[in-house]
Write a protein that binds this ligand. Structure first.
Ligand SMILES: Cc1ncc(COP(=O)(O)O)c(C=O)c1O
Length: 396
């Protein structure tokens, strides 16, 4: 019987049944507008307030520091552009990394065209920024550092607590500088504590943690000024106008509660699956290159380049056998350019084009990994047979 195995959980995750159950009443009987004064409105308001607590608890924030958005992209736009616009009188220099998601990178590029200066920190072979590079890049007019907590293609965890500490020290001496971190791929995978990190802004997204697409949140530390990007009504303390999407917000709240309660168990199960997969891949397949630091990673991502294999070809081959993986990030897949993240590690074009991301989720089983391990070596072998360069190499 044909089966399908979903190993693209960094692109999106299935919605947890408990999340669906929690949100359904807000799609039917409980339809009030959270800004209305009557019973229907108050019912919706109470649900939004509860969800705000649930999100805040996952990251150790205060509920009034949570701004609901339409997802990670909007949270990143509000953080980076919102902070830059509100604080331009203090300086127009931003520091970010070469491996940010396009939702940060594109905003920085856009600001770059509008008079801000942006420094992109390198990441080296391990896919991690160096604190000494950051320290050297900071200038008197630097107002924002935006470095992701975990990368979406290779899963590497950045030294966010060290960055937070540095920013706090600078602020104690009177500098006007703030720290944003895109934690979309880190929430639910590793513990996130905004006090421990010391960040001022942190983005998260529902659909990466078993909530629906189209909902996310930005943590905004008390006192941090932002220019709202969506203006209209006075919702979200005037940081994001628009009638609250109550059912989506309720779903995000529930997903955050589940993520918090199940984090240690999920993380260790995922790490076991991922490690078994990687150990077996090293044993069974030659010409394998693991991309990014292997220790400091979220537990669910494995990014591998296979010598003489085109990533797109392997993706299609696996898809025909029911296995869903990705090349690069979902947002840039379809582009035949080698992944900029893998290039930033210093890999050559061939290995960058050969990179495949396997991203595991809480629904995956050991048996599925075993099936993958049966299919993958054969798929690679058949693709390599088609590669003239590989045949020449073997003939030597
Ligand atoms: C690191 C990172 N940031 C931001 C986003 C964008 O989030 P959303 O899809 O909710 O807009 C993603 C989604 O892939 C991501 O992986």
């Amino acid at each position: 019987m044909f089966r399908r195995i979903y190993l693209d959980n960094s692109a999106t995750t299935p919605i947890d049944e408990r999340v669906v159950e929690e949100m359904l009443p807000f799609l039917t009987g409980k339809f009030g507008n959270a800004s209305s004064i009557h019973f229907f409105g108050q019912e919706a308001r109470a649900a939004v307030d509860k969800a705000r607590h649930q999100v805040a608890e996952l990251i150790n924030a205060r509920p009034n520091e949570i701004v609901f958005t339409s997802g990670g992209t909007e949270a990143n736009n509000l953080a980076v552009r919102g902070l830059a616009e509100a604080n331009e009188k203090y300086g127009k220099h931003i520091i970010t990394s070469e491996i940010e998601h396009s939702a940060v990178k594109s905003v920085c590029e856009d600001l770059g065209k509008r008079g801000w200066e942006v420094t992109y920190l390198p990441v080296y072979k391990n896919g991690i920024v160096r604190i000494e590079d950051l320290r050297a890049a900071i200038r008197p007019d630097t107002i924002l550092i935006s470095i992701m907590t975990a990368n979406n293609e290779i899963g590497t965890i950045q030294p966010v607590s060290e960055i937070g500490k540095l920013v706090r020290t600078l602020r104690e001496t009177g500098e006007k500088i703030w720290f944003h971190t895109d934690a979309v791929q880190a929430t639910g995978k590793i513990p996130i504590d905004v006090e421990e990190i010391g960040c001022d802004l942190l983005s998260l997204s529902g659909h990466k943690i078993n909530a629906p697409k189209g909902i996310g949140a930005l943590y905004v530390r008390r006192g941090v000024r932002l220019h709202a990007q969506n203006i209209g009504g006075r919702q979200e303390r005037e940081r994001r106008g628009g009638t609250e999407s109550v059912h989506q917000i309720v779903a995000l709240g529930k997903a955050c509660e589940l993520a918090k309660n199940n984090l240690p168990e999920n993380a260790s199960r995922l790490a076991d699956l991922r490690n078994k997969f990687e150990d077996e891949v090293s044993e069974r397949i030659s010409g394998v290159f693991f991309n990014g630091e292997r220790e400091k990673r979220v537990p669910n991502i494995s990014n591998i380049s296979f010598r003489s294999v085109e990533g797109e070809g392997l993706l299609i081959n696996l898809d025909l056998q029911g296995i869903a993986v990705s090349t690069g990030s979902a947002c840039s897949s379809g582009s035949l350019e080698p992944s900029p993240v893998i290039r930033a590690l210093g890999r050559d074009d061939e290995l960058a084009r050969g990179a495949i991301r396997f991203s595991f989720g809480k629904e995956n089983t050991l048996e599925e990994i075993e099936y993958l391990l049966e299919v993958l070596p054969k798929a690679i072998e058949s693709l390599r047979k088609l590669s003239p360069a590989y045949s020449k190499e073997q003939a030597k």
